[in-house]
Design a protein around this ligand. Structure first.
Ligand code: G3I
Length: 358
């Protein structure tokens, strides 16, 4: 009997030990990660290739970094990421084509420093999207076309960004139309955060329903998934996925991380009496949250192994390991966070094993 067990271990375990998230979830959905160009030539490269089969450029394709001046594009980092993905046969999610943050200084101003007209801004948006989407046509399967256009203020639908104040809501449909014209085969997503909070779910739903009724070419909705050990609960997560699926949209989790602290809206300084160590209690709560979320992801998945033909077609983590996360010093300056599946040494945490042991 022992010999048989030994043979089984010999045959089975090394393969499973070598398996990554992408292998465990091959029959469910692609598992992605947000990267910078430098992370593709550093200590995390092997981890990225073992664990993930989809890549999102964290910053390299945003308007400011890729199009810093009206007549100058900076393709270097975006090209490096796309070339890496083509070489290793990884999917690419383009991020993002239209956002109120990381916009270049020239975008909203004319040569005299005055605010541009709606016609000028829409033409600039069209030129930008045509150039960027056109450059990667056939290499990027999905784009976050418009990011975070719905207001945080629940008394209004759209954020009062320069996009909105200059163009009204038309910039949203135009962004999708320009992206579709540049690459008709690309999947086009509207991407936002806090989408599981019922009042924001409803506002995002109303926006997307309105756009779809107008024939705007939207394929899916990106739930960013900047969550915590405190939220969302399983009911809110399921309800949100089902709400958008009812519009006929694909759903993706596009920026997943699970903070070990509650959400805070205002930035502040970390207080000396606050502890920012990753305690065993926090690790267990985070493992429980990830386990619960991925059980729902599997239920809602679109892949052949999923129990039903669900709307969920991808899950992407935002950053690779706890060594670097955008949540370090945000929103609390001086505070370390531990939101991902791999620790500061790139080793799997309890949460990783809860996600893959199903
Ligand atoms: O590259 C410059 C560097 O040259 C300069 O010296 C340095 C200091 O100013 O800034 C560097 O750029 C920073 C960039 O990250 C790259 O590190 C920007 O200042 C900084 O604002 C930018 O932060 C990014 C943030 O979006 C911008 O709002 C984060 O890395 C990125 O994780 C975060 O990602 C967003 C998603 O795109 C949309 N959803 C929310 C998510 C978190 O905010």
């Amino acid at each position: 009997m022992r010999y048989i067990l030994f043979l089984f271990a010999l045959a089975y375990l090394p393969g499973r030990a070598q398996q990554g998230l992408k292998d465990y979830y091959r029959g469910y959905f692609p598992v992605g990660v947000a990267v910078s160009a430098r992370s593709l030539t550093g200590p995390d490269t092997n981890l990225i290739l073992r664990q993930f089969n989809s890549i999102t450029p964290e910053n390299a394709m945003k308007m400011g970094p890729i199009h810093p001046e009206e007549n100058r594009y900076n393709w270097k980092d975006a090209d490096a990421i796309v070339d890496f993905c083509v070489r290793h046969r990884l999917r690419v999610r383009g991020h993002n084509l239209c956002w109120h943050e990381q916009t270049p200084a020239w975008l909203f101003k004319d040569a005299n420093g005055a605010t541009v007209t709606k016609e000028v801004l829409l033409q600039r948006l069209k030129d930008h999207i045509t150039a960027v989407v056109g450059r990667y046509k056939g290499k990027i399967y999905a784009w976050d076309v418009v990011n975070e256009a719905v207001a945080d203020d629940s008394t209004r639908l759209l954020r009062n960004s320069p996009w909105y104040s200059i163009c009204g809501e038309e910039f949203i449909e135009k962004a999708f139309e320009y992206a579709h014209a540049a690459d008709p085969d690309a999947q086009l997503f509207y991407n936002d955060y806090n989408t599981e909070r019922p009042e924001k779910t409803e506002r995002v739903y109303q926006l997307l329903k309105h756009l779809l009724a107008a024939g705007v070419p939207i394929t899916g909705v990106g739930l960013q998934g900047h969550w915590s050990i405190f939220e969302p609960g399983p009911a809110a997560l399921r309800t949100t996925i089902h709400r958008f699926a009812a519009l006929g949209l694909k759903v993706q989790i596009t920026e997943l991380d699970v903070s070990v602290y509650p959400w805070e809206k205002q930035r502040r300084q970390h207080r000396p009496d606050e502890n920012d160590e990753f305690t065993p209690q926090l690790e267990q709560r985070q493992a429980d949250q990830y386990k619960q979320m991925f059980a729902i992801f599997r239920e809602e998945a679109n892949g052949p192994a999923a129990p039903a033909h669900g709307p969920l077609t991808g899950v992407t983590f935002w950053n690779i390991t706890d060594r670097h996360t955008w949540l370090d010093d945000y929103p609390v300056l001086g505070r370390k966070n531990y939101p991902l599946l791999f620790d500061t040494n790139g080793q799997p945490k309890k949460a990783f094993w809860e996600v893959v042991n199903f």
